[in-house]
Design a protein around this ligand. Structure first.
Ligand code: TRP
Ligand code: ZN
Ligand code: CA
Length: 441
């Protein structure tokens, strides 16, 4: 983004604007318009044939390993190795994380796409293990293959989103979300807080499909709903067992989650058959957790639509909230007196029309006139009141004025709302005023 929008806080009077800034401020102060960034480009169509080729590979792996790809069986590790090789070749940085469950070694496969803001991580994942009774092609070859093909599409496009992308394939989901819980539990709190969202895909090619969207984080949910609305496919909220897949591991520690599902053992109603086709009175997946969950247990249309929805969500949700230098500037130039050795004062700044959180490198520029800057303690207050210390007082800092730009990691804060600059003079004799301050998003 190259243009910058100079906007005044509502508290600045029209008179002040006319007197001070008539040349610099447009007559009509428009809402911030998000200039298109490369990350806002449309997602590619995910080729169904490629997703199905991955399913055929997983079927072959199961067939060669006693008919399944279950935790602790050779077919599981072979599945991990197969995906890892494709991701490595496509330029991902892959990690295999080992854990132990029920006396057997389990594996999570993590693939990081280099680049993007390390403080804003968008994750998508699927469990790669099957039950022991079958090859697990819908449950959950379908999610695994679609996430894999979306990752490969990221590589083909050499996609450079604002956020950092991380894809994951979990082990031992069928034993109770074991792999994903292990991953989350072993992630330091600082790393958890960087994950802006986790998208889960478990069973997205059911042979008698429904189109279910998880009812969790509203932004993620709406992103999926928008995709399906755009192709004219009605959706319903997923109700066949909230918490029955790996998103629960993330949701439990407060990470925003969402996902898609085409149904398991529950029966399709006649109303659902009317809107989606298929067979009412029959399970969405009659082969759920059975030996017949093979490559013939897939509805191609459902797999195709859900794969494209995944790519749409990855492309849309990775756009991030950072704007390079020269971004949108919000300023309050109204003077606020800072009483000598007195109470803190604040200057408000209304930020509207943005989406998501503030940037991880929010620029806070302050211009405070003062005869002894060492007297001043300065904080930025987020709309929810969270304080970020910009400057402490100091007995030895004898210079005038504070004219400085501070960088604040404000990525945990909603961008919209009233931000405040809080200034307190904590020592007697010298005094001054806030001349102006601004935030650059
Ligand atoms: N693997 C999941 C399970 O066996 C499948 C499942 C059932 C599911 N209900 C779900 C996945 C609801 C997501 C949402 O429990
Ligand atoms: Zn599953
Ligand atoms: Ca003072």
């Amino acid at each position: 983004m190259t243009h910058s929008v100079h906007r005044r806080a509502a508290v600045v009077t029209a008179l002040a604007l006319a007197g001070l800034l008539s040349a610099a401020v447009p007559a009509a102060i428009a809402a911030p318009s998000a200039a298109p960034s490369p990350a806002a480009l449309a997602a590619p169509d995910i080729p169904l044939a490629n997703v199905k080729a991955h399913l055929a590979d997983l079927q072959s792996i199961a067939t060669a390993n006693g008919g399944n790809r279950a935790h602790g069986r050779t077919g599981y590790k072979a599945s991990v190795d197969h995906l890892k090789a494709k991701l490595d070749a496509a330029g991902f940085t892959t990690t295999v994380q080992q854990f132990t469950s029920s006396g057997a070694t389990g594996y999570n496969l993590i693939a990081d796409w280099p680049g993007g803001d390390a403080n804003q991580v968008l994750m998508a994942g699927a469990h790669l293990d099957s039950v022991t009774s079958g090859p697990g092609i819908n449950d959950n070859g379908s999610g695994s293959a679609a996430v894999l093909e979306t990752a490969l599409a990221v590589s083909r496009a050499q996609f450079a989103p604002a956020k950092h992308l991380r894809f994951a394939w979990w082990g031992a989901e069928e034993l109770g979300l074991v792999g994903s819980r292990y991953y989350v539990n072993n992630l330091p709190a600082a790393e958890r807080s960087k994950i802006t969202g986790y998208l889960n895909f478990d069973m997205i090619g059911s042979p008698n499909p429904g189109y279910f969207v998880y009812d969790d984080d509203p932004v993620i949910e709406q992103t999926f709903k928008d995709y399906f609305a755009g192709i004219g496919v009605p959706t319903e909220i997923e109700t066949e067992g909230d918490g029955r897949s790996d998103h629960a591991s993330f949701k439990n520690v407060g990470i925003p989650v969402g996902g898609l599902f085409t149904g398991a053992s529950r029966t399709k109603s006649s109303a659902q058959a009317q809107k989606w086709g298929g067979t009412s009175g029959q399970a969405f997946d009659r082969c759920y957790h059975s030996s017949c969950d093979s490559t013939s247990n897939i509805n191609d249309t459902a797999l195709d639509r859900n794969s494209d929805a995944i790519a749409h969500a990855i492309w849309t949700l990775s756009a991030g909230t950072t704007v390079p230098p020269g971004g949108d500037v919000y300023e309050n130039a109204a003077d606020v007196a800072v009483p000598d050795n007195g109470a803190a004062v604040t200057s408000p700044l209304a930020v509207t029309g943005r989406t998501g959180n503030a940037p991880s490198a929010l620029q806070v520029s302050v211009d405070i006139k003062h005869t002894w800057r060492g007297d001043l303690v300065i904080d930025l207050l987020a709309p929810d009141g969270t304080a970020y210390r910009l400057k402490n007082s100091s007995g030895s800092d004898s210079a005038d004025n504070v004219v400085a730009t501070y960088t604040v990691n404000a990525s945990a804060e909603a961008a919209n709302g009233t931000w405040q600059l809080r200034v307190q003079d904590v020592a007697a004799q010298d005094t001054g005023y806030i001349n102006s301050w601004k935030l650059t998003f």
